[in-house]
Design a protein around this ligand. Structure first.
Ligand SMILES: Nc1nc2c(ncn2[C@@H]2O[C@H](COP(=O)(O)OP(=O)(O)OP(=O)(O)O)[C@@H](O)[C@H]2O)c(=O)[nH]1
Ligand SMILES: [Mg+2]
Length: 364
């Protein structure tokens, strides 16, 4: 049996088109309602796609249309019943339904997660027409988005936190320092933020709560003194002030201070809230890219449902992800980035590990 797909603005429109094209012998197998994506100058539009077939012996022009027929079609479409088909018809239908749908489903998942080009196109390129869309997509996402396992295992002596104001630099720094100390390294924290009121008090409070030594370094001589003081410590975490990419003077001051660090022994971590727009992340990244090639700490995952902006940015600039944070609690609300954690934060794609974990903790 031959199946046809017809798309209309509404169900009635699709049925009308199908009847015009294939005649009144058409039978509706199933329907799917959706909206078009919309774009810069176009609105989202409702669409209805019907899959239909020709009832045997009823060719175009064989009979006229009647209101009774239309209502019969509608009834069928609302309650498609594969049981009424013969075995071979059912088989045809199943093949038809799986073919070409995987890619469409995958595209829907990417849109739901706000994943944009060029990552979107890369993930959909040559997408198989059959198979489990979520599984195929998971594998492709993990391959496309870089995770910085190297830095997780072998971090450098200095780790500098950079990023927009309020993005979570200081909080994440304290969490990361604690994480590395738990793996047996000695750690210290140095703040270069002599601008924001209360900045030193904030990092000192974290230092006190976590028993990590802290130094303040607003000028070059103070930074040199701190480096000398902590020379025998494995990892020194350096906090910076949030700067606007347009504040050239502050950027220059920060660069001057950071130029004292040995480049070969320094990692940079750009903290970006998961909800931040891709253009804004790119602007921040570019303002620091002259003197650093950072990895990402994606913060405030608990405040947003989508990770697409950050992933689209990470892919287009080849910036690997190092950490995810999902809450204000120091030092607990942090996870090292991994494929599983990444998928966990994507809607409808990954394993629902969060609810599995929740269930396990309830049972314990
Ligand atoms: N919900 C949530 N809040 C967070 C997270 N990380 C940090 N915050 C909060 O975000 C606010 C700003 O965090 P900070 O660590 O001070 O950010 P910052 O980038 O150092 O800010 P400046 O130094 O002012 O540029 C604080 O209230 C934090 O508790 C997170 O993962 N989730
Ligand atoms: Mg800060």
């Amino acid at each position: 049996m031959q199946y046809y797909t017809v798309v209309g603005d509404s169900y009635e429109d699709a049925v009308r088109k199908a009847r015009e094209q294939y005649g009144s012998g058409i039978r509706i197998h199933s329907r799917r309602d959706y909206t078009t994506r919309g774009g810069l100058f176009t609105r989202k539009m409702p669409r209805c796609e019907i899959i239909c077939y020709l009832a045997s012996g009823k060719q175009k022009g064989a009979e006229g249309t009647s209101e009774k027929d239309i209502s019969e079609f509608e009834k069928e479409a609302r309650t498609p019943d594969p049981k009424t088909l013969t075995r071979s018809e059912r088989l045809d239908t199943e093949i038809y339904r799986s073919e070409g749908w995987a890619m469409e489903k995958a595209a829907g998942m990417l849109d739901e997660n706000h994943i944009t080009d060029p990552l979107r196109s890369a993930l959909l390129e040559g997408f198989p027409s059959t198979g489990d869309a979520a599984v195929i997509l998971s594998e492709r996402i993990i391959k496309a988005v870089g995770i910085d396992y190297g830095r997780q295992l072998h971090p450098h002596h200095f780790t500098v936190f950079i990023g927009p104001t309020g993005s979570g630099k200081t909080t994440t720094l304290a969490k990361v320092a604690h994480l590395f100390r738990s793996s047996g390294r000695s750690v210290a924290m140095v703040s270069l933020d002599s601008y924001r009121t209360g900045a030193y008090e904030q990092i000192s409070a974290f230092g006190k709560a976590l028993s990590i030594p802290v130094a303040m370094a607003g000028a070059e001589d103070e930074l040199l003194a701190a480096m000398e003081r902590f020379a025998s410590i494995d990892m020194i975490f350096i906090d910076t002030m949030g700067i606007s990419p347009r504040d050239k003077e502050l950027t220059l001051r920060l660069r001057t201070l950071l130029s004292l660090l040995d480049r070969q022994r320094t990692d940079y971590i750009l903290t970006v809230p998961a909800s931040m727009k891709e253009e804004d992340i790119t602007e921040q990244y570019l303002s620091y890219s002259r003197f650093s090639s950072p990895s990402l700490a994606v913060t405030k995952l608990d405040e947003t449902g989508t990770l697409g902006n950050v992933l689209s940015f990470a892919y287009s600039r080849s910036v690997p992800i190092l950490f995810f944070t999902d809450g204000q609690k120091v030092p607990d609300d942090i996870e090292k980035a991994s494929g599983t954690v990444l998928l966990e934060h994507l809607k409808g794609i990954g394993l629902d590990m969060k609810s599995v974990r929740k269930q396990l903790s309830i049972q314990q």
